[in-house]
Design a protein around this ligand. Structure first.
Ligand code: SF4
Length: 330
């Protein structure tokens, strides 16, 4: 593999090259790190973005996504379930995240979507409080919502809408049994149409082939989101994927590298499953090309303490992007 900056930037590598990288030896992967780091530095300098989330409504979900312990279809997951938090509590978690160095904050809820008027009003109130009290870029991940709902959320201060396509189109039906790939795409199109930034990605290590990993990355490239959030499966007890342990730390680094090389200028975040899948190689995500990660807890599992993630970034000589949204004092 002999790739140069001129050959990959800005158009990115081909799917064939991406597949070759996924099959490469450890030495070949290490030899790509100068290029993936160079691309990250070209577009983001030394800056790393940190996002955090609140699981604002947990469990009892009507949907069946094979990786998710919040689905009501899977009975023995022992996940904590609760109804939608109130706006004050959501805003309080956001303030804590801001103090921990986060610059983006996402309100995440379980369920197909969020069309209940009362619940939507709580989210709007939370967004207003977050934009008034912090400099965070507010994000929401509320499932498959209508374009009208997205408009309302934007008016309430939403900046980013997060929605994962989960995996490759050819593998989606194996994992998600209750809604279609097309429904996932439509909400992303709608969010773009109302002027929201889109964060769209999914989960690797769910039994997909190497070809499907490439298909997934290039499907995301086609969507052209502002950010590509990469998750690595952390198998949850009681879900159909509880015994699915497919990824090595090097597999994870290869996935990050092909993502950076396919989409040189995109925000690439490494989110769920970072600790358990990368283990001691976590800090190499930035050499492989990521320019963002998460602080604090994931949806249903605990993450590293925020100060450990912050220290890892500083130890690498990188800097955390300061939150830049100007608080709205109204
Ligand atoms: S991923 Fe979302 S939609 Fe799917 S089961 Fe979990 S909470 Fe429900």
């Amino acid at each position: 593999m002999n790739l140069s900056l001129e050959a990959v930037d800005p158009q990115g590598i081909s799917p064939e090259t991406a597949l070759e990288i996924l099959k490469a030896s450890p030495e070949e992967i290490y030899s790509l790190f100068p290029l993936t780091s160079q691309l990250r530095e070209k577009y983001f300098g030394k800056k790393v973005k940190l996002c955090s989330i609140v699981n604002a409504k947990s469990g009892h979900c009507s949907e069946s996504c094979g990786f998710c312990p919040q689905s009501a279809h899977f009975k023995e997951t022992n996940v904590e379930t609760y109804p939608l938090m109130d706006a004050d509590k959501i805003a309080h978690v956001a303030e804590d995240s801001w103090k921990n160095g986060s610059n983006e904050f996402s309100i995440v809820t379980s369920g197909y979507g969020m069309e209940d008027g009362e619940e939507l009003a709580v989210i709007e109130e939370a967004l207003q409080q977050i934009t008034a009290k912090t400099e965070l870029d507010p994000c929401a991940s509320l499932g498959i919502v209508s374009i009208e709902t997205l408009r309302r959320l934007k008016e309430a201060g939403l900046v980013n809408y997060h929605h994962n396509i989960e995996t490759a189109r050819s593998f989606h039906g194996e994992i998600v049994k209750t809604h279609s790939f097309e429904e996932e795409l439509q909400v992303i199109r709608n969010a773009k149409e109302v002027g929201l930034n889109v964060c769209a990605g999914g989960i690797f290590g769910m039994g997909e082939t190497l070809e499907q990993r490439v298909e997934f990355v290039f499907e995301v490239k086609k969507i052209d989101p502002a950010s590509f959030p990469i998750n690595f499966l952390n198998p949850r007890p009681g879900t159909p994927l509880e015994n699915c342990k497919e990824l090595t730390p090097l597999d994870c680094l290869k996935i990050i590298a092909i993502s950076r090389l396919a989409m040189p200028a995109k925000d690439i975040f490494v989110l769920g499953g970072r600790e358990v899948n990368l283990r001691e190689l976590q800090s190499l995500i930035f050499l492989a090309g990521a320019n963002g990660t998460m602080v604090g807890n994931y949806l249903t599992t605990a993450g590293r303490a925020p100060d450990e993630t912050v220290r890892m970034i500083h130890d690498l000589g990188l800097e955390i992007v300061a939150a830049h949204h100007v608080p709205n004092p109204s």
